[in-house]
Design a protein around this ligand. Structure first.
Ligand code: ADP
Ligand code: TRP
Length: 324
């Protein structure tokens, strides 16, 4: 199966993003041919400062590489290196009914939240369809919020095939239903918009401080505690082995352990994962030429894979073949 997904180069990644999405994305590398790209053109729908755009692209590439994206096995590229996506987006655009885009929740939500209703924002799902269809991807792993966009891609592939012949693979969304919603430091769902996140690449001290600040109830130290309703314990289970989980649960139920100790245990386990990833990320960021080389090699492989189909499409719609 060919897997493809786009990564928005925006914002700081948090534990919810990692355990709810990124980790599952990266596991797909074991069994599938994966294409992961940084959705730089998409980012322009919301970002205007060129320095921020540049920094976010490097940042997200370094972050994913640090977390285990293997650029040998998978193709990692920057969408901005493949303007060909826009060519396919145009062919699709010409078959896209306005009503289909007018029904897109993501567009309506973003406008309701105050983003300006630009044509780019409106046409975003068409560019996303081009991203997917250009590589004949079969599976598109995304969070629930992107499911409708993948459905629009399916719809556009079918319309294209009906109009111009069976050239496009109809993709399937692979919705990452994370096993559990990762709670934030206040116990509500961890989310950028709630200000309750624990950053995935937090430095050791701020990480410790953030964990020590997790809100708990006021059960006295000596009393037994319920691990199943405790935010610290939910977070601990993400990092710990089954055995470690059982052990800490037993300490909760036995009483005599304060939440401070549970926080320390969580911090230790979190640091085991975050510490090395943080260092790997810094290392990538300190070698911008190597990072650039990975993206350029990814772009070359992506183009090699996309061009034959794009050329067939050009001829199909009635354009002359391009000289090679
Ligand atoms: P935020 O809510 O911080 O804006 P995003 O919407 O950018 O996060 O999330 C990107 C992906 O990360 C989502 O598709 C979702 O699968 C995953 N995710 C985010 N927050 C959580 C969470 N608290 N628990 C589980 N998964 C999450
Ligand atoms: N729209 C996706 C998001 O906001 C990012 C994205 C762009 C994407 N193109 C894609 C995801 C193609 C999957 C496939 O997260």
């Amino acid at each position: 199966m060919r897997v493809l997904s786009g990564i928005q180069p925006s914002g700081v990644l948090h534990l919810g993003n990692y355990f709810g999405a990124i980790r599952q994305f990266l596991e797909l590398q074991d069994d599938h041919e994966c294409y992961f790209f940084i959705a730089s053109y998409h980012a322009l729908t919301t970002q205007r400062d060129p320095e921020t755009v540049r920094a976010n692209i490097r940042d997200v590439a370094a972050g994913y590489l640090a977390l285990g994206l293997d650029p040998q096995r998978s193709v990692l590229f920057d969408q901005a290196d493949l303007p060909e996506h826009h060519e396919l987006a145009w062919y699709l655009s010409c078959l896209t009914p306005m009503g289909l885009l007018e029904r897109a929740h993501s567009y309506k939500d973003k406008v309701a939240r105050g983003l300006s209703a630009s044509h780019g924002l409106f046409a975003y799902p068409v560019l996303m369809a081009a991203d997917i269809l250009m590589y004949s991807a079969n599976l598109v792993p995304v969070g629930k919020d992107q499911k409708q966009h993948v459905e629009i891609s399916r719809d556009l592939a079918i319309r294209f095939n009906n109009e111009w012949g069976e050239l496009l693979e109809v993709p399937e969304p692979l919705i990452l239903e994370s096993t559990a919603v990762v709670p934030g430091v206040d116990g509500a769902k961890m989310s950028k918009s709630y200000g309750n996140t624990i950053d995935l690449f937090a430095e050791a001290k701020p990480l410790r401080k953030r964990i020590m600040g997790i809100v708990t109830d006021s059960t006295p130290v000596e009393d037994p505690k319920d691990p199943d309703t405790c935010t610290i314990f939910s977070l601990y289970t993400l990092f710990a082995s089954e055995e470690e989980r059982k052990e800490l649960a037993a300490r909760y139920r036995a009483g005599g352990m304060g939440y401070g100790d549970a926080k320390k245990a969580l911090h230790e386990k979190a640091e085991e994962l975050i510490g090395p990833a943080r260092e790997r990320r810094k290392e990538w960021l300190s070698r911008p030429d190597d990072l650039e080389a990975v993206l350029k090699d990814g772009a070359r492989r992506a183009r090699e894979s996309a061009l034959p189909l794009l050329e067939r499409i050009r001829e199909t719609v009635g354009f002359p073949a391009r000289p090679r």
